[in-house]
Structures are given as C-alpha cells and as structure tokens.
Design a protein around this ligand. Sequence first.
Ligand SMILES: NC(=O)c1ccc[n+]([C@@H]2O[C@H](COP(=O)([O-])OP(=O)(O)OC[C@H]3O[C@@H](n4cnc5c(N)ncnc54)[C@H](O)[C@@H]3O)[C@@H](O)[C@H]2O)c1
Length: 352
Amino acid sequence: MKKLALIGCGGIGAYHLDHFLQFKDLSLAGFCDVTVERAEGFAKKAGQGRAFADYLDMYDEVKPDMVFICVPPTCHGNIEFETIKRGIPFFVEKPVALDADLTREMAARVKERGLIAASGFQCRYDNINDAAKTYIAGNTVLTVQASRVGGIPEVPWWRNKFTSGGQLVEQTIHQMDMLRYLLGVEPDTVYSVAGRGWIGQKECPGYFTDDLSTTLITFKNSVTATMMTGCYAKNGVAWESKMSFGARDSRMDYVLCDSVTVYTEGNKAAAGKSASVIKGDGVQDKDSGEYTEITRSDVDFGLLCDRTFVDAALSGDASKIRSPYEDACKSVLFTLACNRSMKSGCPEKVVY
Ligand SMILES: NC(=O)c1ccc[n+]([C@@H]2O[C@H](COP(=O)([O-])OP(=O)(O)OC[C@H]3O[C@@H](n4cnc5c(N)ncnc54)[C@H](O)[C@@H]3O)[C@@H](O)[C@H]2O)c1
C-alpha cells in the first residue's frame, strides 16, 4: 500500500486525519510534529504509523509516497524545498507562506519539478459552486459585495499579524480565493484599509493584529468588489460569510460552505430560465413575482478535497485537483497585496 505522511499535528491536521481514517487503501505511515506528543497522539488515533519530531527523519525512515503539510503560516519554506527535492507529492494548508518572494520561489520549483501539489482551499469542492458558476456564466456580474466577521481563533500564532498574516491572509483568503475561482478572472488592483484598537491586551494577551479591514478590489474585466472582514465579534455575534454578486436584472448570494441563492426579476421567462439551469428549491413571491432559487451545500467538500489529492498522487493524474499549488499561490499573493496596501495607504497592483 502507498504511504501517507503528515507534518503538523494540530487543529487542521486532526481534520485531515479524520478524513484519512476513511481511506482504506492507504497506509498512514508517519506523523510528525515538533511537539512529538502530538504526533504520538495522531499515531495512536490512527492505530498505525510512527511518530517523529523531525520531518527529515520521517522522510528518511518512512519514505512516504505523499505528504500533507499542516504547519502554521510562518513555518513554510525548508519543508517544501526538501519535499520538492525528494519528489514527494504534497498537499499544503493555506496560506502557503506569508512572504511573496518565497511563495513565488516555491511555486516555480514545484512547476520545474512537475510535481503534483495542492493546497487546502476545500471550498472549491462544494456542490454549490456548480450553481454559482452557472449563474456567473449566464449573467454579466458588475460588482460583488463580500464579508466575513467572526471571533478570534484559539491558536496563539493567530493573534499576531507577523505570524498569521492577519485575518484576510489567514482566514478570509478562502473567500478571496473563491472570488478568483468563481469569477474566473484575476484581480488587478486592491486598496485595503485596516482598523485596530477595539481589542486590547487585557482582553486578548499577545493580540497584535487588525480587528477589521475593508478592501476594494478591481478585477481585470472591470468587475469591482469589496471585502470587509473582522475578528471583533464577541459571543458568537458573527456574520455569515456572504458574497453578493450583482448583475443588472438578477443577484446571487453566495454563502460560503452553505448555499447559493439566485434572485431574478419577476417575469416568467427569467424565472423559467433560472429554474431550468439551477437545481434547488425555487420560490416565487406572489406579489412581486420575484423568483428565488436556492441550492444548498450537501457534500463533504473537505473529504472530497483530500481524496482528490490522494487520487492524484496515487494515479499521477492531477487534472481533478481544483486548487493546484501554483494557483493557490496566486490567492496568497492577492491577499499579500492587500497587506501591502494597508501598509502603504495606497492602491497596490496584484503581482503574481
Ligand atoms: N483549510 C482550512 O480551512 C484551514 C482551517 C484551519 C487552519 N488552516 C491552516 O492550517 C495551518 C495550521 O493551522 P492549525 O490551526 O492546525 O495550527 P496549529 O497550531 O493547531 O497546528 C500546527 C502544528 O504544526 C506544528 N509544527 C510547527 N512547525 C512544525 C515543523 N517544522 N515540523 C513539524 N510540526 C510543526 C505545531 O507544533 C502544531 O502542532 C495554518 O496555515 C492555517 O491557516 C486551514
């Protein structure tokens, strides 16, 4: 059986392990964490595999056929370069790095080696994307309004922008990535402003990051978008991660990992057209005639994302991977341009 290894046995590592336990055609051969007790805990849960504190030892001894890299954002670079050198197909969690030059260098080396590599943008595997893409193909989208507001994640590295990249780069990158994926066009320019000062040291020791930011994005096809994101919400008073795509005579609300709702004008032709191309529950308002079509998320997209990479590594055919490494690097560079803009106070070009 082919051997899978995992580096970084923390929160997201556990999420992937739950998926691996459903894959009966693989040997879960090695788990690595600098805190070796975590790796031992994973091996125990898997009921197989060895624990390591150093990935080089794991590579030398286990000789994995594929690896999942699930370390914090600042821990990238050496692991990937060694993995590429050894020609091991890898899946790496987003964001692939916090440094633009490092991101480009790693992408170039993966390409040069022709290695199968993917990143953890699992939202790309959600079934709601079929409805969203159908809508975008059939309607001229002019603008997008998007947001994500929640609380502060538990992991200590998240609270410092130097170690997390900030919320837009670490978390809201899922939506920034989906904007690229759904619109099928690249961003051109971003202008981002950040706000701080509402969350203090007393409330959250070690907190040195933005409480919120708002970004104006122009895409290469002249579509404009805004993305507001914040981690200030207390007691679960979060917003849904919604992106509203506006066309002249229709609108699509895309709620990440949840649903797609399409609103069309009240005439029968529009309603009929919408109903025939988009699956889901249709509702027509009796008074206004406005037609609403809803598609709900009903697949385990995280599981699909992992399995797609595993299948690619097993077969050597990467064509089904929806978030290839080089493309994931572009989403990172997109969000890093936003950070540059927050710092410079000026609009910044997105440079890949
Ligand atoms: N795709 C998603 O939806 C999603 C969700 C959560 C986190 N993430 C991403 O996953 C990454 C990890 O996040 P997390 O929440 O699991 O963090 P975490 O802190 O819970 O876990 C990271 C683990 O990596 C280990 N580690 C660090 N450097 C290492 C090294 N050189 N070798 C071996 N182990 C090392 C740490 O000891 C820790 O156990 C982050 O980049 C985060 O953005 C993605």
